[in-house]
Design a protein around this ligand. Structure first.
Ligand code: UGA
Length: 475
């Protein structure tokens, strides 16, 4: 099928590249000539596994770039809108880009055309898109509107797209449903997975074709917001449990395993830490709360999820203060700037917010991140120093802070690390290490939802008892 994708940001690029790999003819449209020139030159603007390969594989053949929205829409069977929906000052999603795309493509609708919302949008957006196109003189029979939310995580977006748990297609008429089924047929009927050069499953598993769930457009719009809100709620829930664990001397790792093994709950998205960040959860929770309020429901549960998330950063800062006493002039090594491992994205990153606060309190920060340092340099104060690796960051530092769950931060040579640091203090906001191992290597180690340990406690089965004693002290 011929598909136009409007917006070559994160979602648009991944969607376009994956549709091309599924055999469709894709035109990726953007109004930023610089972005288009970079893509034409073979550059991949985001750090995303498999994306450079896919762009290279299909560029100039199944995948073309264009600045001409009307022209691309005219020759396509379906137009996917993947433009930004940034938050307004009130926390609603700003839908002006979506509206202007809907207006602009109205003139290109001659035969039947399907307009698909791919950006995360509040319920009723599809109705507005329909209204705008009708207002611009297009007959109702000449187009359909669909909502096709994405469930892509940054860092694994390509495999999330090609091996989804489910495909959600919101439509209000059978013709649109049929077109959407045809677009996703290579995944839903399993054909894609038989290709020798198909992108492999992230866990090396063989793929069962995903179910394709057809709903109304409103339900599909709500599924997306409810899904992100639920995942964020899981994270805030375990962070709240972690705080209780700290007060009573329990181990959140054990508690998490115990509750995650209940198949009704499941183990995923139960990692405690410094709170969730990124371009999705914070923005989508606010937008969901705002749209619920607009339609008469006060979604107080979401207020609490957001509050716990913000508090999690403050709790971490309190740990830094309690480990180091005064902060002015202290040199802190910080591992991690991205909002999570596997990406260079620093939007709403807890790491950045924590560093900003530490700088305000007079700390000197030496940071390392495998991918996000260039982005961080654009945002953070120029007083932050950047190191080429974890050990150089740690050199001579008063303590080491772990703020992002990069795999490589969980595999450090602990003896080398202890040698590099001025004082062997590690404050781990992502629970990457076992406290007893850290104590055995001579560290004073603070983590989330587990009692802090110090080197003296290393060989004692008393780690627990010692921890409890400390927890009482801090309470
Ligand atoms: C999230 C959702 O997971 C995707 O399904 C969704 O499509 C996407 O938002 C979106 O709406 O576009 P993403 O923001 O890429 O994806 O990142 P996640 O992997 O969900 O992580 C979000 C944040 O939660 C990160 O800061 C991460 O460190 C944190 N997190 C995640 C935890 O603190 N604990 C966990 O157990 C999991």
């Amino acid at each position: 099928m011929r598909i136009a994708i409007v917006g070559s940001g994160y979602v648009g690029l991944v969607t376009g590249a994956c549709f091309a790999d599924m055999g469709h003819e894709v035109t990726l449209v953007d109004n930023d000539p610089k972005k288009l020139a970079a893509l034409e030159a073979g550059e991949c603007p985001i750090h995303e596994k498999f994306l450079p390969e896919l762009l290279q594989r299909h560029q100039g053949n199944k995948l073309r770039y264009s600045g001409d929205l009307a022209g691309a829409a005219r020759v396509s069977d379906a137009v996917f809108i993947a433009v930004g929906t940034p938050p307004t000052d009130q926390g609603d999603a700003d839908l002006s880009y979506v509206e202007s795309v809907a207006r602009e493509i109205s003139g290109s609708i001659d035969g039947f055309k399907l307009i698909v919302e791919k950006s995360t949008v509040p319920v009723y957006t599809s109705e507005w898109v329909r209204k705008i196109i009708l207002r611009n003189g297009v007959r109702a029979e000449a187009f359909g509107v669909a909502s096709n939310p994405e469930f892509l995580r940054e860092g694994t977006a390509v495999t999330d797209f090609l091996y989804p748990d489910r495909i959600v297609v919101g439509v209000d008429d059978e013709r649109s449903a049929d077109l959407m089924r045809r677009i996703y047929a290579p995944l839903a009927n399993g054909e894609y997975y038989k290709h020798a050069d198909a992108i492999p499953h992230a866990l090396g598993e063989s793929a069962a074709p995903p179910p394709l769930l057809v709903t109304s457009t409103k339900s599909a719009e709500l599924i997306k917001h409810a899904c992100n809100a639920f995942l964020a709620m899981k994270i805030s829930f375990i962070n709240a449990v972690a705080s209780v664990c700290e007060s009573v001397g329990a181990d959140v790792g054990e508690v998490r395993r115990g509750i995650g093994l209940d198949s009704r709950i499941g183990p995923r998205f139960l990692n405690p830490g410094v709170g969730y960040g990124g371009s999705c959860f914070p923005k989508d929770l606010m937008a969901f709360r705002s749209v619920a309020r607009e339609y008469g429901y006060e979604f107080g549960l979401l207020d609490e999820v957001i509050r716990i998330n913000e508090d999690q950063r403050q709790r971490f800062l309190r740990k830094v203060r309690s480990a180091l006493w005064t902060l002015r002039g202290k040199r802190l090594a910080v591992l991690g700037l991205a909002f999570k491992g596997g990406t260079d994205d620093i939007r709403e990153s807890p790491a950045i917010l924590i560093i900003e606060q530490l700088l305000k309190e007079g700390c000197r920060v030496v940071a390392f991140d495998p991918a996000a340092m260039d982005r961080a340099k654009e945002t953070l104060s120029s007083s932050v120093e950047y190191a080429p690796d974890s050990y150089s960051a740690a050199q001579g530092a008063d303590a080491l802070l772990i703020l992002t769950e990069w795999e490589e931060f969980a595999q450090l040579d602990l003896s080398r690390l202890a040698e590099a640091l001025r004082y062997p203090i590690v404050i781990d906001g992502r629970n990457l290490y076992d406290p007893a191992t850290m104590a055995a290597h001579g560290f004073t180690y603070y983590s989330v939802g587990r009692s802090p340990v110090t080197a003296e406690e290393a060989d004692a089965p008393v780690v627990q008892a010692g921890g409890r004693r400390r927890a009482e002290k801090h309470a």
